[in-house]
Every structure is written in C-alpha cells, then in structure tokens.
Design a protein around this ligand. Structure first.
Ligand code: ATP
Ligand code: ZN
Length: 284
C-alpha cells in the first residue's frame, strides 16, 4: 500500500514541495520531464502535475494527497480536506486598478470590468461586499488587461507587488491570503489515513523546527536565576558546569520571533559566548 501525492511539476511551488518531502526524510529522485517517481524509503508515489489540475486529481482519487496553493483549492471548490498549512508559497489575491484611477472604497468597483484567472473567488468577494461588477476571465498576463482596454481593474496573485507597479497598477483590495497546503481526498481508507498521520507528524516536526533556534551560552553562576528566567525552553533550560569554576553553560530553545529581544536581554544579564544554531527537526 502506498500514498500517492501530487505536486507541481514546475513553477513556484515545485522546489519547496520537494524540499519539504526531503526534510521529512523522504528520498525521491526527481528527474526532469518525469511524470511520476517513487520514494525509496517511504510508501509514497509522487506525481508531477500542473498546479491547476492537482485539486481534481485528488478529488477523483487518482492521487490521495496534493500540495497546492489555497487559492487554487478555493477556486476549484472541490470538497477536499486541508490537512496542513505548509508555510511556503505565501501570496495574496488582490484587486488592483491603474495608478491614475481615483479609488476611495470598494464602491468604486461598481459597474467596472475586472480581469482575473480566479472568477469563483472574485465573484464570492463581490457578493460579500455587495458590489456588482463584470468578471472577465482570462488565463494569464492578467496585469496587462487595463493597459489594453480589456478591463478597468484586475484581481491577481501578488507577493511583492513589483509586477503591479511595473504595469502602472496599484493594489486596492485584499481578497485572500494564501499559502501552500497539503490537501487530501476525503475518502481515504483507514490504512491510508494511518500513513498520512505519519507524514503529517513529520511535516509538523519540520515546521516547528523552522521557527525555533537552539541557544547555548555561558553564564556566571550568580546570574543563572536571572538568565534562566529569560529563557522559555521546552521544559526548562539545561544547565551544565563549565571547567572554569563559578561558570555554567546554559542550553535552551527559542522562538524565532522572540529571538532578538531575548538575546539582548541575555547579554544585558551577563551571558557570554552566545551560540545560536538551527534545529533540523523538533518533536514535542
Ligand atoms: P502551472 O504551470 O503549474 O499551472 P502556474 O504558472 O499556474 O503553474 P505558479 O506561478 O508557479 O503557477 O504559481 C503557483 C502557486 O504559487 C500559485 O497558485 C500561488 O499559490 C503561489 N504563489 C506564491 N507567490 C506567488 C506570486 N507572486 N504570483 C503567483 N503565484 C504565487
Ligand atoms: Zn497553474
């Protein structure tokens, strides 16, 4: 018994999807131009597909799992189970208009033509904000639509906003935030679910480790209570005596977000020789 997972063949999600599987200890040889491949050390078959096709393959049960952007999952609308957010492929689906257009509120979209590759999501959004506008579905190069007179506004994926800027557009409404997700067919067998739990357990360990750092530092013993007080740790920090009398080595884990604040406080409290090292996997 194997699980079959569909990932993007090439494009923005391809490399990160492969990397995630590798970080989960799953070895695959991804030769170019291959349609599918098999993991050598996990019961997993990997299909390489266009991202737009992934939800349907998972819905039809040709694949059991898929890695795809939430934007695509929502647009296709199949009743797939979103098992885990994956933390990469982050972007937003935004409405943009020409820089020269006066724009005060969503009301300004009334009666306008909006070009997009996401008609379902845009229709939903317009309904929610109670605006009537015409949706023009196009499949690519949406950002040129206002320039060629096809539409007054567009709704497209944005990450940095530089493509919009280069095309003389400004972002005016945020319709959706998206990232890559692991989706599953809703009718997996018990055996398949068990394998999926194994995979998700590994993904969670990798994700957790990414947000966490291992910190080692030296501290004079009389400063230990204060320094230990600054460290969250998983249970409590490890404290080991140093060869030099009166000094200890303190080991702990830190959340990436609190990192700089805590390091500064640690220094101020007398910590020395602070080392920060990445964690590869973390199971709690
Ligand atoms: P395919 O050939 O597989 O159909 P594509 O051209 O439709 O590829 P990509 O541009 O590779 O798709 O984007 C894949 C996904 O990456 C998007 O659906 C989205 O979830 C995510 N993504 C992240 N940042 C961006 C961005 N700036 N622009 C477009 N997509 C982005
Ligand atoms: Zn696509």
């Amino acid at each position: 018994m194997k699980l079959r997972i569909a990932i993007q063949k090439s494009g923005r999600l391809h490399e990160d999807s492969i990397k995630l599987l590798k970080e989960c200890g799953i070895d695959i040889n991804n030769g170019v131009n291959k349609l599918k491949t098999e993991a050598t050390n996990f019961p997993l078959e990997v299909f390489f597909l266009r991202d737009d096709d992934i939800p349907q393959y998972v819905e039809d049960g040709v694949a059991d799992l898929g890695i795809v952007g939430e934007n695509v999952v929502l647009e296709k609308g199949y009743p797939l189970e979103t098992v885990e957010k994956l933390g990469f492929g982050k972007c937003r689906l935004a409405i943009a208009v020409p820089k020269s257009m006066a724009y005060n509120s969503v009301q300004d979209l009334h009666g306008k033509r909006i070009a997009t590759s996401y008609p379902v999501i845009v229709k939903d959004f317009l309904k929610k904000v109670n605006i009537e506008a015409e949706i023009h579905e196009i499949s690519g190069s949406v950002e040129i639509a206002p320039g060629i007179g096809l539409a007054e506004a567009i709704c497209d994926l944005v990450s940095s906003g530089s493509t919009l800027f280069m095309n003389g557009l400004k972002e005016v409404e945020n319709v959706l935030r998206s990232e890559a997700v692991l989706v599953a067919n809703s009718k997996l067998t018990e055996e398949q679910k068990q394998l999926l739990r194994k995979l998700v357990f590994r993904i969670q360990a990798v994700k957790k480790a990414k947000n966490t750092k291992y910190v080692l530092l030296n501290a004079p013993n009389d400063k230990l209570p204060e320094i230990i007080g600054l460290l969250p740790g998983m249970k409590s920090p490890t404290v080991l005596p140093l060869a030099e009398a009166g000094w200890s080595s303190v080991h702990s884990v830190l959340n990436e977000n609190d990192f700089w604040d805590i390091i500064e406080s640690l220094k101020a409290a007398g910590a020395q020789g602070i080392l920060v090292v990445p964690i590869e996997k973390m199971v709690i």
